[in-house]
Design a protein around this ligand. Structure first.
Ligand code: NAD
Length: 320
């Protein structure tokens, strides 16, 4: 039986990954400052610990782990990342530096770091009709905010651990992962969950107006969670040590995203554009390398993924 450690196992991706690895018959230890909010954890062991602290990282990584999935981060959607730069840079740096070094000292065999599409340079994302971003576009570096800078430094740390210590690292750059069992209210939710919530409220209260930050013409691509955990697993098993995009390459605007969700809900909405943080103007994933390295790419359509996410969020709104 292989042994996996998931940091951030109380969070959205970590919780789904724990279920996926249990289906593959792994022994799984999860670590987080909180348990999963919406479902019981699938982990065999769940340790509540603050991974900013060195001693906690050392203890968490003891036990002969074959694979460490480092997913813990102090993060959220634009409503959170745009206003908490110092906190994000401080907390995530401590977590990443300590977790990686502890995993090395405890001779964990492989280590996957969860980076983000936020590492890409701001100037390449200035137009809604952007060219899809390929992994090598990241340098010369100019991420849009502290969250992206911090991810980029931790990517480099992993690459140097691989070169200097022969420590097996993998680096994945997620592009907007969404699905059920993720944060959908409270200020840290990301745009698909926030729009599902707004549309569900509009439907249940029969008040068709929903608010969107900015003009809604900003573009992104969105990847369903089941594809995400499969991609993470495939990357961990591969020999690819350089950063790899993991996302869909179908780019749509936020206005279009709201329209698809409203169709799924079966209602007509009126969009009101208000001021709010929007992040970069456009972003899409170039999946050429992903397909080449893994012989695979995310397959679940946006409509199908949103159907599942919306159904779960409508239930949450109905029965909080
Ligand atoms: P999430 O917020 O749901 O999960 C992160 C978890 O880390 C949370 O449960 C949180 O409690 C935990 N955490 C925070 N501070 C901690 C601490 N001091 N000690 C221990 N645990 C702590 O986020 P997610 O969507 O599951 O993201 C997982 C990883 O993927 C993160 O590293 C994130 O930056 C990265 N990522 C996610 C996306 C996305 O679209 N969801 C996109 C790009 C990158």
């Amino acid at each position: 039986m292989k042994k996996a450690l998931i940091t951030g196992a109380g969070g959205f991706i970590g919780h789904h990954l724990a279920k996926y690895l249990k289906h593959k018959n792994y022994f799984v230890r999860g670590v987080d400052i909180k348990k999963p909010e919406y479902e019981k954890t699938a982990c065999d062991e769940f340790v509540l610990a603050d991974l900013r602290l060195w001693d906690n990282c050392l203890r968490a990584t003891q036990g002969g782990f074959d694979e460490v999935y480092a997913l813990a981060a102090d993060m959220g959607g634009m409503g959170f990342t745009a206003f908490n730069h110092a906190q994000i840079l401080h907390n995530n740096s401590l977590m990443d530096i300590h977790t990686l070094e502890a995993a090395r000292q405890n001779k964990c065999k492989r280590y996957l770091y969860s980076s983000s599409a936020c590492v890409y340079p701001r100037q390449m994302q200035a137009d809604p009709e952007v060219v899809p971003l390929k992994e090598s576009d990241v340098y010369p570096a100019m991420p849009d905010d502290a969250y992206g800078w911090q991810k980029l430094i931790s990517e480099r740390l992993c690459m140097h651990y691989s070169e200097d210590y022969n420590f097996e690292t993998r680096i994945v750059r997620f592009h907007n992962i969404f699905g059920p069992l993720g944060t959908w209210e409270g200020g840290r939710e990301k745009v698909p969950a926030a729009l599902c919530r707004k549309v569900a409220v509009a439907k249940l209260r029969n008040t068709p107006e929903i608010e969107i930050w900015g003009d809604g013409e900003q573009t992104r691509s969105f990847c369903y969670i089941d594809d995400c955990v499969e991609g993470i697993y495939k990357l961990m098993q591969s020999d690819h040590k350089e950063p790899l995009n993991l996302g869909q390459d179908r780019m749509i605007s936020i206005n279009e995203l709201a329209g698809i969700i409203a169709n799924i809900a079966g209602i007509k909405i009126q969009i009101k554009h208000i001021q709010g943080p929007q992040g970069v103007r456009g972003r899409n994933s170039d999946n050429t390398l992903l397909k080449q390295v893994l012989g695979w790419e995310p397959a679940i359509s946006l409509e199908e993924g949103l159907k599942r996410a919306y159904a779960w969020i409508e239930d949450q709104v109905r029965w909080p």
